[in-house]
Write a protein that binds this ligand. Sequence first.
Ligand code: GTP
Ligand code: MG
Length: 400
Amino acid sequence: MFDLHTQNNQAPRIAVFGVGGCGCNSINQLSQSVLADNVQLIAVNTDAQSLHVSQCSTRLQIGLEATKGLGAGARPQKGYDAAAESEAELREYIELADIIFITGGMGGGTGTGAIPFMASVATELNKPLVAVVTTPFNFEGHQRGLMAKKGVDELMQHANAVIVLPNDQLVKTLDKKVSLVNAFYESNRILQDVLQGLTTTISQSGLINIDLNDFIAVVSHQGRAAMGVARQMAGEDLQQTINKALKNPLLEECDLSKAQGAIVSVMATENIELNQYNSIGETLQEQLDPAALVIIGLTIVPDLDCELELMVIATGMQDEADSLNAYVEQALVDQSLLNQLLVEQQRPAGGKSHNHRFESSELLNLHDFLKEKSVREKSCDQFTTELEIPTYTRNQKRVY
Ligand SMILES: Nc1nc2c(ncn2[C@@H]2O[C@H](COP(=O)(O)OP(=O)(O)OP(=O)(O)O)[C@@H](O)[C@H]2O)c(=O)[nH]1
Ligand SMILES: [Mg+2]
C-alpha cells in the first residue's frame, strides 16, 4: 500500500545541473519557468561561449585546463577529465543540496564524460539523485550512439534512478514538420514539468507533503526510471491520466510492472474526495510491482482548471537483459574502436580515408549545427523571430 506523509517545515534544497550543450539548453528553458525558491539551477559546461550566453544565473565552467574553454569535442574522456579537474567546485554545489537532478545529452564529450563523474560524487556524498539524459538521433551516426550507450551504462553504475529520453522518439512522436528546436523544447519540457510538480509538493505548500526521506526511499531503487505529468480533464478516468503521465512516448519504453517505487504529486481543488485520492494510489499500485512503495503528496490549488494534475516518478525498473546488453554493447564499442584503428592504419599517409568523415562522431554535432544555423539566420528580423522561439535558441543567436 502507499504511505501518507504529513507536512513538515523544511523545504529540501534541490539542485538541477544541466551539463554540456543539451543540459544547458534544458537549464535555459527551466530558467524561464516559475520554480520554487528551493530549486537552484546550475549550468555546467566546458564550452565557455555556450555558458557565456546562458540565461542561468549560476554557471560553472569545468575543465579550463583540459578543454581550454572550447568544449570536449565529442570526446567523453575529455568531458570526464574536465569534471575531474573541477571536482572541488562541483562537490561544493552538490554538498549544499538535498536532492540532485543532473541532465544532459549522451553522445557528445562533455555530458557523456562529466555526468557519470558528477553522479559518482553525488552518490559518494549520499545525495539522492535522478539523472535525466537524452540519447542521440539515429542520423547522428553509429559511433555517437555507441558512445551514448556507453555513457548510460557508466551512469547506471553511479546513479540509481536514470531516465532516458531517446531523441529518436521525437522523430516518431512529433509532427513531421516540427522544427528541431521545437522538438528539443518538447523533450526538455518533461524535466521542467516534473520539477514544477515535485517542488510544489516537496515544499511546505503541500497539504500532504512528500518529504526528503520519501524521495530518498523512492529514488534509491536501482534501475531505469520514468517520469511525467498529466492533467485529468472532466470525463477522463484516472487510468488514462496515469498512462498519459508515465507512458509518455518521448520516454524510453520501460516495463512499469517492474517498478519498485513511485512518487506522485497530486494537485487538485479542495473538492477532491477521499475516495478519489485513495484510488490514485490503488490504480497506480496495480500497475507496478506488487511490492512497490508508492508515496503520494497532495497540494490543494483552489483555481485549478482541470480535475487533477499528476506528476509521477516511477523507479527501479531493472531489466534482466540489462547486464547482458551492457556486455554486448561494450563488445560493440570495442569492435567499433578496433575497426576505426584498422581504418587509421590502412589510410595512406597524410590523406583521409574515403569514409572517415562519416564515421566521425563530430560531424553531426547538433550543438554546432544549431550554432551554424543561427549564423545563417542572422539577417532575419530578430525582434519578431525572438518572440516565437525558445530561449536557448535566442541565446545561441546572441553568440554572434
Ligand atoms: N533533447 C535534446 N537533445 C539535445 C539537445 N542538444 C543536444 N542534444 C543531444 O545531445 C547530444 C550531445 O550533444 P551536446 O549536449 O551538444 O554535447 P556536449 O555534452 O556539449 O559535448 P561536447 O560539445 O562534445 O563537449 C547530441 O548528440 C544530441 O543528440 C537539446 O536541447 N535537447
Ligand atoms: Mg558542447
